[in-house]
Design a protein around this ligand. Structure first.
Ligand code: SF4
Length: 60
């Protein structure tokens, strides 16, 4: 399968829409709800969100 997203910044390997790592189907992604995520991918997203929240708390 080939997929091109206008929000993906190739040079940075990041999503400019969400300002984080591109994980197709993650919350806020244009593909959210349009595809099924594997359990492993859901777990990865959960860990990344926890890390992001922890960084925010550290800045406060
Ligand atoms: S996370 Fe979704 S919206 Fe963002 S670049 Fe990846 S596919 Fe596109």
């Amino acid at each position: 399968m080939t997929f091109a997203c206008k929000n993906y910044v190739l040079e940075e390997d990041r999503c400019k829409r969400l300002r984080c790592e591109c994980i197709p189907g993650r919350p806020g992604c244009v593909l959210e709800g349009r595809m099924a995520l594997s359990e492993a991918l859901e777990e990865r997203i959960r860990k990344l969100e926890e890390e992001r929240k922890a960084r925010r708390v550290g800045k406060e």
